[in-house]
Design a binder for this molecule. Structure first.
Ligand SMILES: [Mn+2]
Length: 318
């Protein structure tokens, strides 16, 4: 038997969700099954390819809804979980017949899966408590300070850096498999993991200087455009470490498969952000959470991304 798990790639909560679901479902339902993983990225083109659902069970965690009839489990906590009204209707029609669990009030999908595992299936593994705890901290951005988030002292922070910045999905899936059987500290001691981590950490330290040089903070909105630089996977907390007075950040960056406008709010700001950033991003075809969102463009659409970013900066500076 094969269980195919599609998870939000290059995201600590996505990896932790895949790990928690795997251990939970193996111990409660699919003992002896083969688990295979597919990392999903938000992109401007079609998200799901029907051929990706090649398991006896097909599972999506921490990622958008798919109306494919092959999907048997779905967990998500994103406000923008449905690509269309038709997808939402499909979900409403299926939710009582399948194992579909959606709750946008949860700060992490891992905590949401753990809650369902405990309350619906009476499954609560103490050895995964550390993973669930840190998924909530990381996805909820519940760090004590921007300095704590940027300095990355905790094992969970180091793994977050690696998961977000590494180019390949194989490393993320290596970590997903280890999260089911090891502590986060033990995973970092895997020589393959620690060797991949060090150059990314050095790069993280350099990215602080690049963002400092590219940013301006005006009317409490930080803006920077690093689409021309090799800056894939920088920490989204660096702007607030550099400009503690900033309430919002808007940035333009580029990866091989997309150009991205990121819109975030400062978790440590003295004043509460008043704009719903998911709603703003949805107007441009993007999405996210009320306090952090993003818009994906085709790799070639740098100018369209810049135009959208400029409009959003205007709006937030009010
Ligand atoms: Mn998540």
């Amino acid at each position: 038997m094969k269980v195919r798990v599609l998870y939000h790639d290059h995201c600590f909560d996505g990896a932790a969700s895949a790990a928690f679901f795997s251990k939970f479902s193996r111990e409660c339902f699919y003992n002896g099954a083969e688990y295979a993983y597919t990392g999903m990225a938000h992109k401007a083109a079609q998200l799901f390819d029907e051929s990706e659902f090649d398991g006896d069970e097909n599972v999506i965690v921490d990622f958008k809804y798919s109306p494919s009839d092959k999907v048997t489990w779905w967990f998500d906590h994103h406000q923008s979980a449905f690509l269309s009204a038709a997808d939402q209707r499909d979900y409403e029609g299926k939710k009582d017949k399948r194992r579909f669990y959606f709750n946008p009030t949860y700060r992490s999908c891992t905590e949401w899966i753990a809650h369902i595992a405990k309350t619906v299936y009476s499954y609560e593994p103490p050895e995964l408590a550390e993973l669930v705890y840190w998924a909530g901290i990381v996805d909820g951005a519940d760090y004590d300070s921007a300095e704590a988030a940027v300095s990355m002292r905790e094992p969970a922070m180091k793994l977050t850096l690696l998961i977000e910045a590494i180019k390949c999905s194989e490393m993320v899936q290596r970590i997903i498999r280890q999260m089911q059987v090891k502590t986060l500290e033990e995973i970092l001691h895997d020589p393959v993991v620690s060797e991949a981590f060090q150059p990314l950490y050095d790069r993280h330290l350099r990215s602080i200087d690049v963002i400092r040089a590219a940013s301006e903070c005006r009317d409490k909105v930080i803006f920077f455009d690093v689409a021309d630089q090799d800056m894939e996977g920088y920490s989204k907390f660096i702007p607030y470490y550099l400009f503690p007075e900033g309430v919002y950040t808007v940035s333009v960056s580029k990866a091989s498969f997309r150009t991205k406008v990121s819109v975030g709010s400062n978790p440590w700001a003295a004043e509460e952000p008043t704009h719903n950033l998911a709603a703003i991003c949805e107007r441009y075809g993007g999405g996210g959470h009320p306090r952090v969102g993003a818009i994906s463009f085709q790799p070639s659409e740098v100018e369209a991304a810049r135009a959208a970013a400029a409009e959003i900066v205007q709006e937030l500076r009010g």
